[in-house]
Design a protein around this ligand. Structure first.
Ligand code: PMP
Length: 362
């Protein structure tokens, strides 16, 4: 052949709802001279100690420990739970998929706020269940009373995202506890806290502190963002054993790699250093937000490692102008732009451009 098996689609019967799903939309790569602010990654280079631990990880001819016990034990000690109340996945997105598969199927519903993390609609569709999207409040935050009002007999899971990707808003502890008191106690509530370590608002929910109170709660965290291991794919879920065992049953076996687990353990061993970087990123974020607000933006207070610019119909124009300046961001057409808090130099470029961009908004 000339490099293509066949120009004609084969008559193989596939699930039409799966065929119709869009591919996962990855943040645009940046040229070597540009800053990649499109995937909420950590701009710092890996810690030497983490790279050294990876150097020692040579038994890659052997399969990894299927449940990553050593990592689970470390996380169990950190959060004061048992090792079986920790479940490791190939990124927190894998854990989300597993939990949804464990709880929801055809005829069921999964309720979540929208706009939120773009993987949610696809992951729900894959289970065969129907997604119920509850619009964010005008300030970009979750409308938890409206989410609760959309829970019905068919609802099998709710996803709450705090800080919310892409708006950056948090759910407060008070809002969350009121919500948990209102939902059935046999309903799985998944609290996606992928960006928790960047939160500085003392009123924000911290799901890890609420696990003992709510047996139907599972908290998702990741090594991809604050710990800078996005390329190695390690996330974790904390919750009751019965729920996590059901998630484990849906998992693709052995998808957490040995190097991934090793790097996560090394990161926990050097957590103070990593959290100091997190503090620097949060400071850059706050500086940028204060500057943008001073220039007249109305932006929800960001609490992740990214900022949401509600650029509306100007979104493509503004994204193009940022790209011209060497800043590759994530545009959501006709809605807004999400940009990650990256290198200090990228923040400086944004500060230089904020006034000009605001001036051109509708
Ligand atoms: N949850 C949210 C809200 C996210 O933004 C992301 C990454 N974009 C994830 C989960 C998944 O992260 P990972 O699979 O790398 O842990």
């Amino acid at each position: 052949t000339d490099g293509t098996l066949s120009p004609v689609d084969p008559p193989v019967r596939l699930r039409p709802e799966i065929v119709a799903l869009p591919a996962y939309r990855q943040g645009k790569p940046a040229s070597s001279s540009a800053f990649k602010l499109s995937s909420n990654e950590n701009p710092f280079a890996p810690l030497p100690a983490v790279l050294a631990a990876l150097e020692d990880e040579r038994d890659i001819n052997r399969y990894p420990d299927a449940t990553a016990l050593a990592l689970r034990e470390k996380l169990a000690a950190k959060y004061r739970v048992s090792a079986d109340e920790v479940h490791i996945g190939a990124g927190s997105v894998a854990l989300l998929a597993q939990l949804l598969l464990a709880a929801a199927g055809p005829g069921d519903e999964v309720v979540y706020s929208w706009r939120s993390f773009e993987a949610y609609p696809s992951l729900v569709t894959v289970t065969g269940a129907t997604g119920v999207q509850v619009p964010n409040r005008a300030d970009g935050g979750h409308d938890l009373p409206a989410i609760a009002a959309n829970i019905g007999d068919r609802t099998r899971a709710v996803i709450v995202c705090s800080p919310n990707n892409p708006t950056g808003s948090i759910v407060t502890a008070d809002e969350f506890e009121t919500f948990m008191a209102a939902v059935p106690d046999d309903l799985l509530v998944i609290l996606d806290e992928a960006y928790a370590e960047f939160v500085t608002d003392a009123g924000a929910v911290d799901g890890t502190l609420l696990l003992s109170r709510y047996p139907n709660l599972v908290v998702l965290r990741t090594f991809s963002k604050a710990y800078g291991l996005a390329g190695l794919r390690v996330g974790y879920a904390l919750g009751r054993v019965a729920i996590l065992d059901a998630a484990r049953a849906t998992a693709i076996p052995l998808s957490v790699t040995g190097p991934g687990a090793t790097a996560a353990i090394a990161s926990l061993d050097h957590e103070a250093e990593l959290l100091d970087r997190v503090r620097q990123i949060a400071e850059r974020r706050d500086r940028l937000w204060e500057d943008l607000v001073a220039h007249g933006w109305q932006i929800p207070r960001p609490q992740g490692n990214f900022i949401w610019l509600p650029t509306g119909p100007e979104t493509s124009d503004v994204a193009a102008r940022l790209a011209d300046a060497g800043l590759v961001v994530r545009p959501f057409p006709a809605d807004g732009i999400r940009l990650s808090i990256g290198e200090e130099e990228a923040v400086q470029k944004l500060l230089q451009m904020s006034e000009e961009i605001v001036g051109s908004l509708p």
